[in-house]
Design a protein around this ligand. Structure first.
Ligand code: DP6
Length: 351
């Protein structure tokens, strides 16, 4: 790791949507997953984050989408850094402390972060947010990390963020080592490889979800009787989707993505208490997608830890699917995304 004298840096990262989901941690502190996952980095769903370390600041300040994140003392934390902690699910200040420790700096931090899509509503906002903050903060702290190092570090902020370091189709290798040094993302194919592939995001609500993915995963591991079945079959999902991407076999990728999503939601539904992310409109979109497909319009759905339905389709079918989605009551917004670039530094914030 080379160092230089960075002070302030801005990074832009795209969100990613998982085709094979990450669900469950074998190590909560280092964020090591029980299973590998595959995602598409999504063009147009992004977060821009500026990080500045300075001794001019008397306290840490984190502003996300124009709102200051409340920072409180958390003496109960088992993590190895002292002082104030951000009491949010993703512990953003803890992530910044981690980066400060690596860089050997002690200054206070100011973070300004903005996403162009609903945050914490099952739209992978933590992936783009933590990927952007990782690159901006390491640069500002004077570290020059390569993509693998960035992925390992971003993973410790939020698991799915390790995939947003790369563009295109990306696989997060679960790894075996206890220190997490072999648990990082790597590209399967870059953002220009499969230009016809699209994900249509239908946003049903912009409200924050009640159960975050972090808590939901922990609850699954503790209480779901079917988690073993997930682990036994996920390797097949990974292989089929990895090979499907490389062969551009849309049917293989779409159908296995839908199946993997339903398996993950089956876990969520069978925890105690049950975690039910779906709204009535979520079901409505699911049934429509299945019936459109039966009638020759090939598309598949996937859903993360929230109610939004993401529809996987080919470019030629986007206008027809958008037209049909507009007829479903309860859909607030539609965003069409193709595969986009990995995280990068930018000169100045653009919103
Ligand atoms: C359902 O990456 O948000 O979107 O590692 O606890 O921060 P933490 O979880 P996070 O979980 C994402 C879960 C998912 C599936 C996925 O993106 O793979």
């Amino acid at each position: 790791m080379q160092t230089s004298n960075g002070v302030k840096a801005t990074a832009q990262a795209n969100a990613n949507i998982a085709l094979v989901k990450y669900w469950g941690k074998r190590n909560k502190e280092l964020i090591l997953p029980h299973n590998g996952s595959i995602s598409m980095t999504c063009e147009g769903l992004f977060t821009i984050t500026t990080v500045e370390f300075s001794d001019r600041y008397e306290r840490d300040l984190i502003i996300i989408n124009d709102e200051e994140l409340k920072i409180e003392e958390d003496k109960s934390s088992s993590l190895p850094f002292a002082g104030a902690r951000v009491k949010d699910e993703k512990d953003i200040l803890g992530h910044l402390e981690r980066i400060k420790k690596i860089a050997g700096i002690k200054e206070k931090v100011k973070v300004v972060s903005k996403s162009n899509f609903p945050v914490a509503a099952g739209l992978a906002s933590s992936a783009s947010g933590l990927a952007a903050i990782t690159l901006a903060a390491t640069k500002a702290a004077g570290l020059n990390l390569n993509q693998k190092e960035l992925s390992i570090l971003a993973r410790q902020g939020s698991g799915s963020a390790c995939r947003s370091i790369f563009g295109g189709f990306v696989e997060w290798l679960k790894g075996k080592k206890e220190d997490g040094s072999d648990s990082y993302a790597r590209p399967i194919a870059d953002e220009n490889y499969w230009p016809e592939f699209r994900i249509i995001v239908s946003i049903l609500t912009e409200k924050k979800k009640k159960v975050g993915s972090r808590a939901g995963m922990a609850q699954t591991i503790e209480t779901c009787p079917y988690y073993d079945g997930w682990l036994k079959t996920v390797e097949d999902d990974l292989r089929i989707i990895r090979e499907g991407i490389l062969k551009k076999d849309f049917t293989a990728v779409g159908s296995q993505t839908e199946y993997n999503c339903l398996k993950m939601h089956a876990l969520m539904l069978t925890t105690k208490p049950a975690i039910i992310y779906w709204l009535p409109t979520t079901m409505e979109v699911i049934h429509n997608v299945v019936s459109w497909r039966e009638n020759g319009l090939e598309c598949y759905f996937t859903i993360d830890a929230g109610p939004q339905v993401k529809i996987i389709c080919l470019k030629k079918d986007v206008p027809e699917i958008k037209k049909r989605l507009k007829n479903i009551e309860g859909i607030k917004r539609i965003i069409v995304s193709k595969s986009g670039k990995g995280v990068r530094l930018i000169d100045k914030p653009r919103t």
